[in-house]
Design a protein around this ligand. Sequence first.
Ligand SMILES: Cc1cc2nc3c(=O)[nH]c(=O)nc-3n(C[C@H](O)[C@H](O)[C@H](O)COP(=O)(O)OP(=O)(O)OC[C@H]3O[C@@H](n4cnc5c(N)ncnc54)[C@H](O)[C@@H]3O)c2cc1C
Length: 425
Amino acid sequence: MTREAPLTVAVIGAGIVGLCAALEVQRAGHRVVIVEPDEPGGRQAASYGNGTWINPAAILPISLPGLWRRVPGFLLDPTGPFVIRWRDLPRLAGWLLRFVAAGRNWALVGACARGRYLLCKDTVDEHLAYAREAGVPGLIRRDGLMYVYRGRDEFLAERRVWDMRRDFGVRFSEIEAGELRRLQPELSTEYGFGARLDDAGQITDPGAYCGALARLLVARGARRVIARATGFDIAAGRLRAVRTDGGPVACDRAVIAAGIGSALLACAAGDAVPLISERGYHVVIPDPGLDIATGLMPSDGQMGVVSTPQGLRLAGQVELADVSAPPDWRRAEILLGYARKMFPGRAARFDAKPVDRWLGHRPSTPDGLPCIGPASATPDIVHCFGHAHTGLTQAPASGRLVAALVAGDVPPFDPSPFSATRFAR
Ligand SMILES: Cc1cc2nc3c(=O)[nH]c(=O)nc-3n(C[C@H](O)[C@H](O)[C@H](O)COP(=O)(O)OP(=O)(O)OC[C@H]3O[C@@H](n4cnc5c(N)ncnc54)[C@H](O)[C@@H]3O)c2cc1C
């Protein structure tokens, strides 16, 4: 029990980030109210359809030195793994400039990696502990993850990134062509080298996992309010209630963990955060005729390729476009194309049954770090959003930090890199 317990804490959003924050707040002895209009981890949530990777090596941001040279390609090549919709460019240009600037030199990348490391390093153990408590340990697979390259040369071209991972203590093994064939016999011989992350894992069905965590919270006394948060009642600098489309929810503290829906709420709490959707897609091929023990990421397609209970899932692509823009299902076709290329011997099976296609919204800040910390309007509101490509990985550590900040306890690690006010400077 912490100093100020028990408080009533409203957690806004029941994706993986909100659920982990809620679990940690509840573990600290507080009363939790989950405010969420939809199913926890349902199809509306990024937490449903992602690549399933829980990856201690996810310490590097997407924006790295030299990225600016590739921006014209993002605009001109509609088949690449990163595209920008022309008509949304004027609105997204400011974010894009900050994104490129955030990775303009290796010193900045190193500083970002230090922050990300704190959020990533214990992810598999932390998720395993939650999964056991929720009675679903079978949803966590701890068989490593592997980046696959056309050859060692391609891997060596990324040497700096891998050296940085090694410097942070990330363990990985270099896998030569023969061993790669033995580990994944169906993989095309076009791929001749692998870098296997030995301590990484997977949540094989993240939607089901979120559902299990939500049930665990309720079984332990959390209350669910099926409503959309719209703002806050704040009087004399103290939070009184979260406003929702179903009426006010009285509380002492609130956590904004609404994924891409967080920007408006953060604004209502006094912080203008440049949060956009890096839209991503998945396809799930039922009955693919192969099992991927170690999730794969091909260097050319840059997407997660994993076995799930529903079939072979390929999740990736970055599309910068408005949240409300209709899906561009050509992006799902690109993912399917990679499936055929990677596993040519199984390609005929991939067209036998309809695939599941999904579009989701990575809630992304431009600098590769989420916002976790007190809001400017009142410290009774704590931000926890903006986890972009790695929210599944970073949710447990983010939740631990939130639980301490909510109660005014000593944080488990330095929260300053994650402050929302960094964008006001
Ligand atoms: C294609 C793709 C692949 C990915 N692969 C990986 C991966 O392999 N590993 C990894 O670590 N990460 C991955 N990610 C990123 C990860 O999925 C996200 O970072 C993470 O799911 C974000 O979780 P969240 O809880 O913040 O948001 P969400 O999961 O989007 O949840 C937000 C919730 O808030 C609710 N909400 C919104 N507005 C309101 C409101 N006003 N009031 C109340 N509730 C509200 C929504 O209904 C939703 O349920 C991937 C993402 C995509 C799109």
